[in-house]
Ligand binder design. Structure first.
Ligand SMILES: Cc1ncc(COP(=O)(O)O)c(C=O)c1O
Ligand SMILES: N[C@@H](CCCC[NH3+])C(=O)O
Length: 414
């Protein structure tokens, strides 16, 4: 459920008409609904409350510090993948004891930063990484709490670019060597083994892959415990999908119910790292129609947003619902919605039926709250979009639109 709805033919975010934001802040612009964000955080947290799960939001999905602050107020922690995300999480007031550091390629300076901030846990993905963490912790006279990320070889049945739990993927430690890797980790003086981590992919719309992976992990945990290797936490990562189009992903309560009987069999606390399920449907991306163009066989709407602002359609062929901010009467037309970037891959939708649109009209690309702004770039020297947070009948800019000066600021060397 979200709070983007039409009133009298005008699309609103909570009580604010999107056309007003477009007019006052300009386009392209990301608009987030605080009420939706809070609701999603609460629904997710409550679904797993009986299981006493720790919820760490995947900062990569939306890293604006104002969004993170809203989530921190809901008691949510952070799953980070870089020093930059750690900086943001701390700045947003996420308590260090709720911060997990994941990722296949952590650098020594990032480990040093995280160790000096005493974060909760590192999710380690290779033995070389473990050695570097041991050496770094030793140098700083610290102990690093660790979970090893294992790769259960389970098919998440999602887009291949965001499937991470198959043997062919770069993520995690293979199941065959997991036991041996844990024994080694347990022997290191500055490593405290505390958990096990697994994340099989993103935008999952079936429950079975989660359960299959959980059962594999549970069995491994039993083996580890029998060797007196202490596993206090099972971190199942993120991955729960959302509805972009017609998908019917499991509800958080359904996922909780499916995992609960297995979790009972081991003395571990559950950790989850949702990104999209919390942030995805809290955001919309607004773009203005610049021109229309009919080349005889196709009709194009050329808009002022582009693949640099919202990469998902170009990158994965993803579907985002597109709604006019103000609905015009008239016959539906089938159009390609494309941006100004010099690539044919710069499109938001192809062959999409839309009500009639004219230059100046505002279109809203829905479900853009996760992996939207965070994946944006300055390609074609396009300043990145502004971000706005709506609460009730008010809104505030939570990230200013970049300027031309911002584009060259770091190149001014003398
Ligand atoms: C380790 C890890 N945790 C959590 C997430 C968040 O995933 P999602 O946004 O699908 O919940 C990701 C991204 O897929 C990830 O790689
Ligand atoms: N960027 C991807 C999700 C990646 C998940 C990263 N672990 C998307 O937009 O769907």
């Amino acid at each position: 459920m979200d709070f983007f709805t039409y009133h009298n033919g005008e699309l609103h975010c909570e009580e604010v008409p999107l056309s007003r934001i477009a007019q006052e802040v300009g386009t392209p612009v990301y608009v987030y609904s605080q009420r939706t964000l809070e609701r999603h955080a609460q629904v997710f947290t409550q679904a797993f409350a009986n299981l006493n799960a720790m919820i760490c939001f995947a900062v990569k999905s939306n890293s604006n510090i104002h969004i993170l602050r809203v989530l921190a107020e809901q008691g949510i922690g952070a799953d980070i993948v870089s020093g930059g995300e750690l900086y943001r999480a701390l700045k947003a007031g996420i308590p260090r004891e709720k911060i997990l550091f994941a990722g296949v390629g952590k650098k020594a300076d990032e480990m040093e930063y995280a160790l000096s901030e005493d974060i909760f846990m590192f999710n380690v993905e290779s033995m070389e990484e473990l050695d570097l963490l041991q050496a770094t912790a030793k140098r700083l006279n610290k102990t690093a709490s660790v979970a090893l990320r294992v790769n259960p070889d389970v098919d998440a049945r999602t887009h291949p670019y965001i499937s991470t739990g198959l043997k062919e993927n770069k993520f995690g430690i293979p199941m065959e060597s997991a036991l041996e890797s844990y024994r080694y980790a347990h022997s290191l003086s500055c490593i405290r083994v505390r958990g096990i981590h697994c994340h099989i992919g993103s935008q999952l719309t079936a429950i079975e892959p989660f359960v299959d992976a959980f059962v594999i992990i549970k069995n491994l945990v039993r083996e580890l415990l029998s060797e007196n290797i202490p596993i206090e936490y099972i971190d199942m990562g993120g991955g729960l999908g959302i509805t972009y189009d017609q998908e019917k992903p499991p509800l958080p309560t359904e996922l909780a119910a499916a995992i609960a009987p297995h979790l009972k069999e081991v003395p571990c606390r559950l950790i989850l790292e949702p990104g999209r399920a919390i942030a995805g449907n809290t955001g919309a991306f607004l773009t203005r129609v610049l021109f229309t163009k009919d080349n005889g066989s196709r009709k194009f709407l050329i808009v002022d947003g582009a693949m640099n602002d919202l990469a998902r359609p170009s990158l994965y062929g993803s579907f985002h619902d597109i709604r006019p901010a103000v609905v015009r009467e008239g016959n539906t037309e089938v159009v390609d919605i494309v941006g100004p970037v010099c690539e044919s891959g710069d499109f938001f939708a192809k062959n999409r039926p839309l009500p009639p649109c004219h230059p100046g009209d505002i279109l809203s690309l829905m479900s853009a709250g996760a992996y939207g702004f965070t994946m944006s770039s300055n390609y074609n020297s396009r300043p990145r979009a502004a971000e706005v947070l709506v609460s009730g009948d008010r809104y505030r800019v939570i990230r200013q639109r970049e300027t031309y000066e911002d584009l060259t600021r770091l190149e001014e060397l003398s």
